[in-house]
Ligand binder design. Structure first.
Ligand code: NAP
Length: 254
């Protein structure tokens, strides 16, 4: 049997105790990586680690609020302490504390959205790049959103934060290519998770959403995970600065 595509790699995934992040952590581990899972709550970390270990996967966990620089630093330090390297980083954390018109968005909500959704991705890159450079390379995946291309009504500030990640992906890819660090982005369409429940839990809005999707249905978390594993693998060795939309044919354009 050929070796697993991510054998020998160490991966760190933020916000990975549920939903898309958990599915990505699971898939990276299934593909051979040792994975550090994290989120804000110890109970969630313990549950996710227990679940993945019961599946025979090599994972460890740590609490990390992505909006707190000290937590990000501690997560990177803990991953290095336990595994000795960080080859893969998936920046997946995001919040959306506001729904409504963009001009009515309270300044505090705007700041929180940008703190967690954009600044955390920048800080995480800043923290891991020196280690990746020393190791001779690495792969970073930012989790954006199809809403970063085509903003959805009532979640304007969140969508703008995700558009910023499209730009951050391009900028980092150019700056880091010389160090053999590739940076790509995953842009999910509407995926059935707790985060997006308000969009799909009632039949009327869900039907309207499904009507906009070429495949006529919403996505599941595991359907986002293979694309991330691919982007982090040697099969993607000549791919950087790109965004992969996993949206079932959701219309996406800037
Ligand atoms: P989810 O199922 O609700 O899971 C959210 C995860 O993030 C949990 O593990 C949660 O654990 C953790 N988390 C929340 N706030 C955090 C913070 N400040 N710091 C660290 N961890 C935090 O959400 P999801 O739908 O999988 O969303 C994951 C990513 O996909 C986000 O970047 C989101 O913008 C993006 N996305 C989702 C959809 C969709 O339709 N679901 C579409 C496009 C993009 P704790 O509560 O323990 O912290």
């Amino acid at each position: 049997m050929p070796p697993a595509v991510l054998a020998g790699r160490v991966a760190l995934v933020t916000a990975s105790t549920r939903g898309i992040g958990l599915a990505i952590a699971r898939r990276l581990a299934q593909d051979g990586a040792r994975v550090m899972v994290s989120s804000r709550k110890q109970a969630g970390v313990d549950e996710a680690v227990g679940q993945l270990r019961a599946e025979g996967l090599e994972v460890s966990g740590a609490v990390c609020h992505a909006g707190q620089r000290a937590d990000l630093e501690a997560l990177v330090d803990e991953t290095l302490r336990r595994h000795g390297a960080i080859d893969i980083v998936v920046s997946n954390a995001a919040v959306n504390p506001y729904a409504g018109s963009t001009v009515d968005c309270p300044e505090e909500a705007w700041d929180k959205i940008f703190q967690v959704n954009v600044k955390a991705a920048f800080l995480l890159a800043k923290l891991v790049v020196p280690h990746m450079r020393r190791a001779g390379g690495g792969s970073i995946v930012l989790v954006g959103s199809a809403g970063g291309y085509t903003p959805m009504a009532a979640i304007g500030p969140y969508c703008v934060s995700k558009t910023a990640l499209l730009g951050l992906t391009k900028v980092l890819a150019h700056e880091l290519a010389a160090h053999n660090i590739r940076v790509n982005c995953l842009a999910p369409g509407v995926i059935r998770t707790r985060f997006s429940a308000a969009l799909w839990q009632h039949e009327g809005p869900r039907r309207r959403l499904e009507h906009n999707v070429a495949m006529g249905r919403l996505g599941e978390p595991h359907e986002c995970a293979g694309a991330v594993s691919f982007l982090c693998s040697q099969d993607a060795s000549y791919i950087t600065g790109e965004t992969v939309v996993v949206g079932g044919g959701w219309p996406c354009r800037l």
